[in-house]
Design a protein. Structure first.
Length: 218
């Protein structure tokens, strides 16, 4: 029943989903810039400005806003908001966030083209909330970084960017990589591994739930 409800919600979202075809600045020869991936582009812009804010005197405020509180107050609405905001920060370290952001920039736009902006944004927010909630429950907060979203998109893209009925061999390869890397991280520090593992599981789950609005052509 829950699966049917979620599918109905996404089908409704598809009906109101406005595909991004906005042309921005005209170029020579009749060419135009196109805002082709609003969710991923907005995600990158937010991450960029959040990390710039880390370099200011408001560093402490930014760090507390864009991370899951270590002492999570279940009666504080602002703490629930942090379960969505932590994915935009990696504690101000550009070198730490560069790898997951590179994956997001490469994989995200084509996945958004297939699923539509509303569906992709919904999947990202739900995954962020679930991973943050697990962190609060098991580790008492302190989580930050977009690693779970990067792995979510990796597995999601594997299925939405192939023809219906095909079995992507890249999925098997990625699954092996996640199991090997995840096992190594698990042994060293499970807390570092669980966002990657949960993001991967979420990607496999939502790949079966979402509706592809732009099928892959032959």
């Amino acid at each position: 029943m829950e699966a049917s409800f979620l599918k109905n919600v996404f089908n409704f979202a598809i009906n109101i989903n406005v595909r991004s075809t906005t042309r921005i600045t005209p170029l020579g020869g009749g060419r135009n810039f196109r805002w082709n991936s609003p969710v991923i582009l907005a995600f990158c812009v937010i991450v960029f400005f959040v990390h710039l804010a880390y370099q200011t005197t408001f560093q402490y405020s930014v760090a507390s806003t864009f991370s899951v509180p270590q002492n999570f107050d279940w009666s504080n609405p602002a703490h629930y908001l942090s379960l969505f905001l932590y994915i935009f920060s990696d504690n101000g370290y550009w070198n730490h966030i560069s790898t997951p952001m590179l994956l997001i920039v490469i994989i995200g736009p084509i996945t958004e083209e297939r699923l539509g902006s509303i569906q992709l944004a919904s999947v990202i927010l739900i995954t962020s909330f679930i991973v943050g909630l697990v962190d609060v429950t098991l580790f008492r907060g302190g989580l930050f970084g977009p690693l779970c979203i990067a792995y979510l998109l990796m597995f999601l893209a594997t299925f939405v960017n192939v023809k219906k009925g095909d079995i992507p061999l890249s999925f098997i390869l990625m699954l092996i990589v996640v199991l090997v890397v995840g096992a190594q991280e698990w042994i060293q520090d499970f807390r570092r591994a669980f966002p990657m593992i949960l993001g991967s599981i979420s990607g496999m789950f939502w790949a079966k739930m979402v509706r592809v609005v732009q099928p892959v052509t032959a």
